[in-house]
Write a protein that binds this ligand. Structure first.
Ligand code: SAH
Ligand code: SF4
Length: 347
């Protein structure tokens, strides 16, 4: 039998697991502190457990720490790190520095099963979900890298790297809890944004679970038929149902939702699209991010022209939509949105 991945456990799971080795419940709290407050790399760093207890734990578990494999820096400062996982899979994380922010972009899956037609990650296929610790470790490492390269800590986190976080819901939410709780890394929820392709029941659960981090939705097309062409999963999760689940989210949490809209040449960049986008989003407390597309080799889509993007933007702005055009960073090292794909699989 495979040994359990101990950092996937909640505090209660951990207490129950320890009980079978006759270890007292308070030990779970001690371990939690070492895992999520101290972010230890090795169990040998634990100093306040009897040696016998520590040996017993060490023997019974899989320790799924991640390591930095390579670091690349773009001419615009953006950094991309490839992380090697305990089973020799790889994922990537990115740091996007700017004058007012220092944002980490983290992954939730090795590859992505959604296979959006425009996305390099989707094009690579899917290997497995990331564990709780593997998600948190990316923040820990990117923070260390940021200190080395920029002499400053991270200010924001976006869960917008490889993978669809709502297809790895439980571990992603548990990781976010460890990152934001006062027993963990104590990050402000306001400074974290999770992006999903749009899975209605998970959006509802996210609202009901009161996760509290910001939510962004990859909309990309305001018409059901067009959206299906881009996102295969959109056939199963209809646009209408996604919008209804967002209504629930906004009502329940009183938070606004961010719509991400990729600007794809001769596909979704006309004023007819802008008008429909306005119609379907205007009743929701929201903002819209227009994303210039980063072309990916072997994929059929091209970026919209600057004029088209500006016309689209102006149309929405004049109608009092909170809209902005997102700047693309790190393109020369394939660290921009949707370009993360490199070394996905075992060597
Ligand atoms: N799976 C989630 C989060 C990861 S993708 C999601 O799809 O929302 C993060 C964002 O990058 C999404 O909005 C996605 O649509 C966008 N993206 C993907 N490929 C891109 C590309 N080639 N150029 C620009 N943005 C891209
Ligand atoms: Fe997966 Fe998001 Fe890429 Fe679609 S855009 S394939 S959901 S990572």
């Amino acid at each position: 039998m495979n040994k359990p991945i101990i950092r996937n456990y909640s505090l209660i799971d951990l207490q129950q697991w320890l009980a079978q080795y006759n270890q007292p419940p308070f030990r779970a709290k001690q371990l939690f502190h070492w895992f999520w407050k101290k972010n230890i790399q090795s169990l040998t760093e634990i100093t306040n457990l009897p040696k016998s207890a520590l040996n017993q734990i060490t023997e019974q578990i899989t320790w799924d720490i991640i390591n930095v494999s390579t670091i690349q820096q773009s001419s615009d400062g953006t950094i991309k790190a490839a992380f090697q996982l305990y089973d020799d899979c790889f994922v990537e994380g990115v740091i996007i520095p700017s004058s007012e922010r220092n944002t980490a972009c983290i992954s939730t899956q090795v590859g992505c099963p959604v296979r959006c037609k425009f996305c390099a990650t989707g094009n690579m296929g899917f290997l497995r979900n990331l564990n709780v610790g593997e998600i948190v470790d990316q923040v820990v490492w990117l923070n260390k890298i940021s200190l080395t390269y920029f002499q400053k800590t991270l200010t924001n986190i976006v869960v917008m790297g490889m993978g669809e976080p709502f297809l790895n819901y439980d571990f992603t939410i548990r990781a976010l809890k460890n990152i934001t709780s006062s027993e963990g890394m104590n990050w402000s929820k306001q400074r974290i944004t999770l992006s999903t392709v749009g899975i209605p029941d998970k959006i509802i659960q996210f609202a009901d679970d009161n996760v509290g981090v910001q939510l962004a939705i990859s909309l990309h097309a305001p018409f059901q038929e067009k959206r299906e062409q881009l996102i295969p999963l959109a056939k199963k999760y209809l646009l209408n149902d996604v919008l209804n689940s967002l209504k629930h989210y906004v009502t329940k949490t009183n938070q606004e939702v961010t719509f991400e809209y990729l600007m794809l040449k001769e596909f979704n960049d006309t004023l007819t699209d802008a008008k429909e986008l306005l119609r379907i989003t205007s009743h929701l407390k929201s903002k819209i991010n227009l994303i210039p597309y980063n072309a990916v080799d072997a994929l059929p889509y091209q970026p919209s022209s600057e004029e088209k993007i500006l016309a689209f933007y102006e149309f929405l702005r004049k109608r009092h939509v909170n809209v902005r055009i997102r700047k693309s960073r790190g393109q020369d090292i394939a660290a921009a949105c949707g370009q993360l794909a490199n070394k996905l699989f075992k060597k």
